[in-house]
Design a protein around this ligand. Structure first.
Ligand code: AMP
Length: 216
């Protein structure tokens, strides 16, 4: 099955995607992670997009589409992708449908992690990730996550766009550009709402119940 997961920045899309990936053996396609990797590699794309990302704006649809097609076209990931951070606007949602038709696939479920701006501000300012394994931690998680061996004080970093001012900007970009995409999936009867304010475990459970129903 292919899933798209929505929610404003800091709603827990990455954390919940990790859980879904390991429980249902899916592949996580995070356009944010892919773009950050381009910046890290100082690739031609990376050099072009760094300022855009750090200002909380969206990268061009063409740039993102190319990265996404590389994964969708790969037989290894056929019909087992969770799209995290994509599609981000209506144009991308339509482009995704066209790509899926081209590679004879479809979206089976769209999840929306509903989360308020006040929660987002707090979560984003407390978010860290390990530069070696990518695991995401948050000083406000209760209970705190188990710390992996490779995650040391030196390897834990905060994203450049994870500060309160840019978080507000990203939230507004989300409301304006991404919320209309929810309607797109609602009309197709694929959208399920999940409470993004609960604990990680409760949200895991809510999501599993939805997926298990679909998988039958
Ligand atoms: P994320 O990790 O999903 O929060 O994404 C971080 C940043 O990467 C966003 O604020 C955008 O600047 C950029 N980005 C990620 N995904 C997309 C996308 N689908 N379309 C355009 N820009 C994106």
């Amino acid at each position: 099955m292919n899933i798209v997961i929505f929610g404003p920045p800091g709603a827990g899309k990455g954390t919940q995607s990790d859980f879904i990936v390991s429980k249902y053996n899916l592949f996580q396609l995070s356009t944010g992670d892919m773009l950050r990797q381009e910046i890290k590699n100082q690739s031609e794309i990376g050099l072009r997009i760094e300022k855009i990302i750090n200002a909380g704006n969206l990268v061009s649809d063409e740039t993102v589409s190319k990265l996404v097609e590389n994964i969708i076209s790969n037989k290894k990931f056929e019909s087992r992708i969770i799209f995290d951070g994509y599609p981000r606007n209506l144009h991308q949602a339509k482009a995704l449908d066209e790509l899926l038709i081209k590679y004879k696939q479809k979206i089976d479920l769209a999840l929306n992690l509903r989360t308020k701006l006040e929660t987002i501000k707090k979560r984003i300012s407390g978010r860290f990730s390990c530069s070696k394994c990518g695991k995401i931690y948050n000083k406000f998680f209760n209970p705190p996550l188990k710390i992996e061996k490779c995650c040391t004080e030196n390897s834990l970093v905060q994203r450049n766009d994870d500060n309160v001012d840019i978080a507000i900007k990203r939230f507004k970009t989300y409301e304006k550009q991404t919320e209309p995409v929810l309607d797109y999936y609602r009309k197709k009867k694929l959208l399920k709402e999940v409470n993004g304010e609960s604990s990680i475990d409760k949200t895991n459970k809510e999501i599993s119940d939805i997926i298990d129903l679909i998988e039958g």
